[in-house]
Design a protein around this ligand. Structure first.
Ligand SMILES: Nc1nc2c(ncn2[C@@H]2O[C@H](COP(=O)(O)OP(=O)(O)OP(=O)(O)O)[C@@H](O)[C@H]2O)c(=O)[nH]1
Ligand SMILES: [Mg+2]
Length: 397
């Protein structure tokens, strides 16, 4: 990007970052835009600001109409279940059919394009947990530049999801469909695969100064350059996490909250309509995106669908941990939902935060325990299927 913004613009950006309501954000962004010089280096930024402003205007409108009109169809969907997965695909690719097969939802299935005009959600069961699966109105070419009125709303939902499912009609130029959807997403700053390098900035007054954590490494810049850049945007308290090989551009992109990575899977649907050659060509092409798993299915005839919930589970990186009271014979049947890498202390935070104060040790049964009932501390890393028993310094709190 390399924007070289003047100090005035950087200060205006700080105002936007501090804004709370969509109205305040819109006003601050308008001011920021007028302070941004227009040249080649700021083209992307200006484009992004305008898109964000359009989204904010829609959000404001939507809130108003919900207040006035009550419960009509809406693009706002509350998260439910262990994770939210959004289905993206061209019209007629079979999203509604797939949703009705995998979940309790009863969406309208049509032979004419653009049958689904508003998001529809359903719950998908996987063993003892449920995922929320959302069908959104179809993706079309030019989505990332707002070619249709629902584009920015759909992209907003995708940006907010835990994972994405790209639904492709194998009987209709599947390779083209896949490449189009992926390029519309990446153009919008939503990466369905891990980008070469990216940076996440977590801002909080609770942090002392700017701390840089290198999971990957900075390229062509130093930690000090990053600190200076952040300070010029009046960011003084933050943790900066660097993944892969990240440049100063990646740091700047992340200041503008531009890019995000979503774990993604592909469903090649309508396999009943094509021969093996089409399928193997599609699979070969999909493997160009190495971190995106692809499965072949027919929603209409129920082929390949059993695999999908397991794939969703893997994508989201969820682990299930079962809490057990000391002396109880069996753990709670309802798992705590945590993410890969979660430790005992995170499990306790989900269970009952105040137990942390009185924590003495925990006992673990299951995949992460060296032996059944292993005694561990707060930093012990948990795994899917573990049982945890928390022991405190004072009894019965
Ligand atoms: N042969 C075959 N037809 C399918 C399959 N899945 C869906 N269809 C048909 O494809 C058409 C479109 O299906 P929908 O599920 O409504 O497609 P959609 O992606 O939700 O479409 P929009 O809501 O318009 O974006 C319908 O006629 C379905 O019966 C499949 O696996 N095989
Ligand atoms: Mg549909």
């Amino acid at each position: 990007m390399v924007t070289n913004l003047p100090a005035e613009a950087r200060a205006k950006w700080a105002k936007y970052s501090d804004a709370k309501t969509p109205e305040e954000k819109l006003r601050a962004l308008q001011e920021f835009l007028s302070a941004v010089p227009k040249h080649k280096g700021t083209e992307n930024l200006v484009y992004w600001i305008k898109r964000r402003m359009a989204e904010l205007r829609e959000e404001i409108e939507e809130r108003k109409s919900r207040r006035i009109g009550g419960g009509g169809p809406s693009f706002f969907i509350e998260k439910e279940g262990a994770a939210q997965v959004v289905m993206l695909g061209m019209s007629l690719s079979g999203k509604s059919t797939l949703l009705s097969r995998l979940s309790n939802a009863k969406p309208l299935i049509g032979e004419t394009p653009f049958t689904t005009k508003f998001p529809v959600q359903g719950m998908v069961r996987y063993e003892d947990i449920q995922f929320q699966l959302i069908e959104v109105p179809a993706v079309v070419k030019g989505f990332s530049s707002g070619s249709v009125w629902w584009a920015s709303r759909v992209l907003g939902i995708a940006r907010n999801a835990d994972a994405l499912m790209l639904v492709i009609d194998l009987s209709n130029n599947p390779i083209d469909q896949l490449d189009t959807i992926i390029s519309e997403l990446t153009e919008s700053g939503i990466y369905p695969y891990q980008p070469r390098g990216y940076v996440i900035i977590e801002r909080s007054k609770a942090y002392q100064g700017i701390r840089i954590i290198n999971y990957g490494k900075l390229v062509n810049c130093t930690a000090d350059d990053v600190r200076k850049l952040l300070e010029s945007y009046r960011i003084f308290h933050a943790v900066v996490k660097v993944y892969g090989e990240a440049t100063m551009d990646d740091v700047e992109e992340s200041i503008f909250e531009n890019n995000t990575y979503k774990p993604t899977m592909i469903v090649g649907n309508k396999c009943d309509l094509v021969d093996n050659e089409v399928i193997s060509e599609f699979i070969k092409h999909a493997s160009k995106y190495p971190t995106i798993p692809a499965i072949i299915a027919s929603a209409k005839y129920g082929i390949g669908l059993d695999e999908i919930p397991k794939h969703i589970f893997r994508l989201t990186g969820i682990i299930r941990v079962y809490a057990k009271e000391p002396n109880a014979r069996s753990p709670s049947p309802k798992p705590l939902i945590l993410r890969k890498g979660a430790t005992v202390s995170e499990a306790i935070r989900h269970l009952r935060e105040e137990l942390l104060k009185y924590f003495k040790y925990a006992r673990i049964w299951g995949p992460s325990a060296k032996y059944p009932g292993e005694r561990v501390g707060l930093d012990h890393e948990l795994m899917d299927g573990d049982i945890i028993e928390v022991h405190t310094k004072i009894k019965a709190i």
